[in-house]
Design a protein around this ligand. Structure first.
Ligand code: TXA
Ligand code: MG
Length: 336
């Protein structure tokens, strides 16, 4: 059931349900989350079951403010406290050393915990109300079935899980890709997942290491390169291909794909449209900036799936630092 424009009372009610052990979906500025009381192992187990997520994949725990960090984590390095002060609330998850005995199931029994203070006002209200009821944190992965496209609208969550789940509708997510994850447990910040917040922004506090990813992407004026060994994830039903404008033109001239969908920038799409007489080709113009692209990315994959596309061709975005998060998601979507 989708709750449109939830009132303060609706949010208080939702917090009570969380306290009682229920699951519910809520918006964050990145993507919608599927939440449960992080300290309730039965409720957390339901998240894994509903998503079909492997039990050893830890969940991010959302907290109301940096004050709750000390309930869950210990041995917090100075650079981590500085990152919290600078970037929370916001799209940054910090991996810290977990206090033994807290949020065991949510963290898949790992010695670490992923914590984040989201910026969406509805998420913060929910966290505040939950905290006043003694819920110290809300464990929430993205509200989609495991491996599928993350939801950026309440309707996407409904499409994944149906009417049985309570979904707080907070409109379309502003950022559209998941938070940047920084591991703070190994002496220096290590980027585990790129997002809107860039390593270059974090670099002011300490040098950021990026394992498995070309350092060339981290600094401007760099040679283009993307890791080729990423796991399949964020996958729509259709096959995704990333193509340069030239390759797209060429592939298009030999194209016999039924129900082809194309997401590319205007200069690339125009010549294709000029030859376009097949009704079963769907085209959408890709925005110019990484921010706008991120905002539209998952909704676009879902739209093309809903149109019954068998292949989705996407113009490879520029290999520049600000595109790191979008490139990561597209590369994974294309890997399946
Ligand atoms: O933007 C986001 O981060 C969204 C919204 C809902 O906040 N959440 C999200 O959660 O993307 P999820 O479950 O899809 O991402 C979980 C990832 C794990 O795959 C892992 O990389 C990291 O976060 N993570 C979480 N807890 C961890 C832990 N205890 N130790 C190490 N890594 C952890
Ligand atoms: Mg996810």
């Amino acid at each position: 059931m989708i709750i449109n424009a939830p009132s303060a009372q609706d949010i208080r009610q939702a917090a009570k349900l969380l306290k009682a052990g229920a699951l519910l979906a809520f918006p964050t500025e990145t993507v919608y989350g599927l939440g449960a009381d992080a300290q309730n192992p039965q409720a957390v187990a339901q998240i894994f079951t509903l998503k079909g997520r492997p039990k050893d994949h830890p969940l991010i725990v959302h907290i109301f403010s940096a004050q709750q960090v000390h309930h869950f984590a210990t041995d917090i390095p100075t650079f981590a406290s500085e990152l919290m002060a600078r970037f929370w609330p916001g799209p940054l998850t910090l991996i810290l050393k977990r206090k033994p005995g807290v949020a065991d199931a949510a963290c898949a029994h790992q010695a670490t915990i992923g914590l984040r203070v989201p910026k969406h006002p509805l998420a913060l209200s929910l966290l505040g109300d939950a905290l006043s009821l003694g819920v110290m944190g809300i464990a929430a992965p993205s509200a989609n079935r495991f491996g599928r496209v993350s939801p950026t609208q309440a309707q996407h969550v409904f499409d994944e899980f149906g009417a049985a789940l309570m979904i707080l509708d907070g409109a379309a997510c502003d950022i559209g890709i998941e938070s940047t994850i920084i591991d703070c447990t190994r002496g220096t910040p290590i980027l585990l997942r790129p997002g809107q917040l860039l390593p270059t922004q974090i670099e002011c506090f300490a040098p950021v290491q990026v394992p498995g990813m070309s350092p060339s992407l981290l600094t401007p004026q760099s040679a283009p390169k993307v890791s080729g060994s990423l796991l399949s994830h964020y996958a729509p039903r259709a096959r995704v291909r990333l193509l340069s404008p030239d390759d797209m033109q060429q592939a298009f001239s030999f194209c016999e794909v039924p129900n082809l969908a194309i997401w590319s920038q205007e200069p690339c799409i125009q010549p294709l449209l000029a030859n376009l007489n097949q009704p079963n080709i769907h085209c959408k113009i890709m925005p110019q900036t990484a921010k706008e692209c991120a905002r539209e990315l998952f909704a676009t994959l879902r739209e093309f799936d809903a149109l019954g596309a068998s292949e989705i061709w996407i113009q490879t975005p520029p290999h520049e630092p600000q595109w790191l998060g979008v490139l990561d998601r597209l590369t994974r979507a294309a890997h399946s």
